[in-house]
Design a protein around this ligand. Structure first.
Ligand SMILES: *Cc1c(COP(=O)(O)O)cnc(C)c1O
Length: 495
């Protein structure tokens, strides 16, 4: 059955999946949502015998209904290949009574690869299907990981260019090095003087600039987004929750139909929303545990029903979660507002104007599936330290936020269901924070010395993505003010 996508902010004409992927964001500023959530049409036992790519097809075909089987299978084949350092693509590792779903085996060793290795293919396929002649310009704001994963996905993809803005002082040294060494004729990386929210707001403004869009079109360009608001990012993320479940089933860690909990370290609310969609599709998930760092705007929201971004922005050791406006939450708000775009728009306008909104009791009652909590910097470090001491397994700072919140959840609720923790980055991406958490004596070591030491401690080989940047030359050194983002993009395009 065909699924169309409508905006969270107005009733307008619903669009096909390929159009939603091309547009990224709806013209009214809303996010595209599927008009209904499809149910899985294969049994969990059947799925349990499939490879990652096969599960990906079974899930994605239900959403991307205007793609032919061949088109979709092609995209999947080209995405989940040797760029990943394991055939499993997303392995599950048991440690200290929980299952860590390692989503960092792709080209840039963070979970963004799960979606961004396929998005360029979904996008170029969508462009072909819709007879787009313009060159597609991907415009992205990143809190660190999206940028590199998008650059890596789009580098030298014909018919595309990519511009990435990152907060100059808001990403880890390894993250920055990964981005500024990015090869590819069509890539452009810019640091801005501001934080991630500034970068994201700037990008949204450029997207909303109708005059610029018309001028771009004249010059043979059109914008698209690789940010996690694109439905082409969200849908591939549903896959690994299904895959994790059926793998637990296959390995007889659970019985068919047994409910599991899922813990997700959350920033923009994309990853956990994908888990929520998986649940709506019939996957036996009980609680969706939303883990925040000290930027705990989501925790406060789940507690009080008020979303309030008016607070100090904290730079933490889990920078990919240093976010005060979780864009993808809008899709959930729209849903609990009874799929009412007017109600949702009102709340989003209130967020835009005053930085906050409050949902009704009736809406709040529909958030029973979610549990929110947060981890302080100190607790995050302690979690890395303790897990390593007790099991030898080393996790990164983002995953540690989730592991810590999982522990808090169990203490409060005594719920001991089988739990999958989304492990969103390799510890190698945040080596300094991770090693410092294990022992502060490592503080004096250089970045790559730390990398080697981590390999020794964890007995995990240094990933190719890290070896690559040891010696790579810096090829991007642009920095701009947040007010100069539009001009910067135009300069890059030579228009
Ligand atoms: C992006 C990111 C997150 C947050 O994911 P959202 O989908 O934005 O909630 C968590 N951990 C890491 C390592 C990330 O890169």
């Amino acid at each position: 059955m065909e699924i169309l996508y409508s905006s969270t902010r107005s009733k307008g004409n619903p669009v096909k999946a390929s159009e939603a992927i091309l547009k990224g964001l709806s013209e009214d500023g809303g996010l595209f949502v599927p008009e209904r959530i499809p149910a899985l049409d294969k049994s969990l036992e059947e799925l349990a015998d499939m490879t990652y790519g096969q599960v990906a097809y079974e899930v994605m075909k239900l959403y991307l209904t205007d793609f032919t089987e061949e088109e979709l299978k092609n995209c999947i084949r080209r995405a989940y290949d040797e760029k990943f350092d394991t055939e499993e693509i997303a392995p599950l590792v048991e440690a200290d009574g929980a299952y860590y779903l390692e989503l960092f085996h792709g080209a840039t060793i963070a979970f963004k690869d799960m979606a961004l290795s396929i998005l360029p293919h979904l996008l170029t396929t969508s462009a072909r299907k819709n007879h787009v002649k313009n060159e597609i310009v991907i415009l992205t704001a990143t809190s660190g990981d999206t940028g590199k994963a998008a650059l890596s996905g789009f580098a030298d993809v014909e018919g595309t260019r990519i511009v990435v803005f990152y907060p100059k002082n808001g990403v880890s040294p390894i993250q920055e090095k990964q981005m500024v060494t990015q090869k590819g004729e069509n890539t452009y990386v810019v640091g801005i003087h501001g934080n991630f929210d500034d970068a994201q707001t700037g990008v949204k403004q450029i997207f909303g600039d109708k005059e610029l869009a018309a001028y771009m079109n004249e010059k043979g360009f059109q914008f698209s987004s690789a940010n996690s608001i694109n439905i082409g990012r969200l849908v591939p993320q549903i896959v690994y929750y299904v895959y994790a479940y059926v793998k637990l089933l296959k390995e007889e860690r659970i019985v068919n139909g047994e409910k599991i909990n899922v813990v997700v370290p959350t920033g923009n609310f994309g990853n956990i929303l994908a888990a929520f969609y998986a649940k709506q599709m019939g996957l036996p998930i009980d609680k969706l545990i939303c883990a925040s760092n000290e930027n705990k705007v989501l925790y406060d929201f789940f507690e009080s029903g008020t979303y309030d971004r008016n607070r100090e922005f904290v730079l933490t050791s889990s920078p990919s979660m240093d976010i005060l406006i979780s864009s993808n939450l809008e899709r959930l708000i729209y849903r609990i507002a009874g799929n009412d775009p007017d109600k949702n728009r009102e709340l989003m306008m209130s967020l835009m104007r005053g930085g906050s909104y409050t949902i009704t009791e009736e809406m709040k009652a529909q958030l029973q599936d979610f549990y929110g909590n947060y981890a302080s910097e100190q607790e995050t470090a302690q979690t890395i330290h303790d897990l390593y001491e007790n099991t030898g397994y080393v996790i990164d700072t983002h995953t540690a936020v989730a592991a810590c919140v999982h522990k808090k959840y169990k203490e409060v609720t005594k719920d001991d269901k089988v739990t999958v923790i989304a492990s969103t980055a390799s510890p190698y991406k945040f080596t300094r924070s991770v090693m410092n958490a294990i022992d502060s004596k490592y503080d004096t070591m250089g970045d790559f010395e730390l990398v080697d030491k981590l390999s020794e401690l964890s007995k995990v080989q240094v990933p190719g993505a890290i070896e690559e940047i040891r010696t790579a030359p810096v090829v991007h050194d642009h920095v701009c003010e947040k007010s100069e983002m539009k001009q910067t993009v135009m300069n890059f395009l030579g228009i």
